[in-house]
Design a protein around this ligand. Sequence first.
Ligand code: GLN
Length: 486
Amino acid sequence: MTRTDCTAHALHEALIKKEVSSKELVKAFYDRIDAVDGKTKAYLKLLKESALTQADAADQRIACGDAGPLTGIPIALKDNLCLEGVQTSCASKILEGFISPYDATVVSHLKSAGAVFLGKTNLDEFAMGSSNENSAFAATKNPWDLACVPGGSSGGSAAAVAASEAVFSLGSDTGGSIRQPASFCGVVGLKPTYGRVSRYGLVAFASSLDQIGPLTHDVRDAATVLNVISGHDGMDSTSADLAVPDMTESLSSKLTGLRIGIPKEYFIEGIDAEVSTAIEKAIAHYRALGAEIKEISLPHTDYAVATYYILATAEASSNLARYDGVRYGHRTANPKDLLEMYMQSRSEGFGPEVKRRIMIGTHVLSSGYYDAYYKKGQQVRTLIKQDFDTAFESVDYILTPTAPTAAFRSGEKTDDPLQMYLSDIFTISVNLAGLPALSMPCGFTKNGLPIGCQLIARPFDEAGLLKTAYSFEQAHDFHERRPQVV
Ligand code: GLN
């Protein structure tokens, strides 16, 4: 393994033993980015100058014996997270030229920890999409097969880690945007419990569903990053005022008395045979460890995608109303009056998928339709949450595929929004219920594409979730494989 292929915990060891400096690491990562990013297109923006300054500061900390686990580690940020003084584009033309006036809380935490920001990664415009094909600037490719999509919307963040262009990255997950690309790119992706991580400085898509989380090479790194970014924040009233346990502490302790639920509604027609086989093997792993495997029912699963596309679009239509040409980014040239300025700025600035979502969201909130759609959606959301509450009375974790298929080919679903929406069928309910969930690599297709397994936990049980995932990961070598990007 070269340095750029390593995990944060391996590089931390190398840094504190002075086998390598953060500055050398940063240079190695930019060399790697120069070599492969023309193919993967994981990054929208590189931050070479500030990264080298941050690396120098990290090297000084290391020299003083003051290094934490992320000090000097080169990382990437999804370009819907604010980094002070740097453009946040959300992969949208409407934010062109918008410079973040402050750091997101997760960014402040990572800065204090001494991490080094290599750049901002590509995404579907405003995090709306499952393939990265909705970015206004570039389509990120899957490092395992450049003809395939990396998933979305955190596709740039997942591809950057998979292709060894960053040690880890942050993404955001509203309906699966961390877990589905993690699954497609063969990395670990964690969506924390709603409220575990502050959303301050994350550009809002659907505020009641959005969470920030890590994409990493392995489970230990996910635990380490979560330790750093979690916690209550006065700037986000929905962040939970709860103690954050050390997520790494019990990783390697033995699993005992484990009960894992397999929801029968998730093993549906349309799920790829190779995905089913890999998931069966993951279930067999836990059974062999002595876990009790139980079939469970989440009876409202069928309504999850429809519910999500009502509630997420409703919230998006409201959140995106602020992009009106007045305060942020793009403003149309020479409008004849104020109304035209609003309309033209938005028409020119937003791409087709964002416009589709704003129109759906505005419709479901409009008088006459509010009760039929939005209110009904909220009621069904409660039923979906109750399904999980009931299930968690008899099991500790729920195991499912992360997505029904491995990565699909670029262009395959672009003409059919409904097909695209269905690729998140297994991840969306978790956001509606506010639960923590993780995707980890659990196999490969015969064509060499990664397959992801999703584990879902009770609210705020990320520590147990990570420990359960770790036991599978350590018994396999999927997390050690790296794609040949050619
Ligand atoms: N793919 C889903 C969507 O298009 C989820 C996106 C996300 O989690 N940000 O809305």
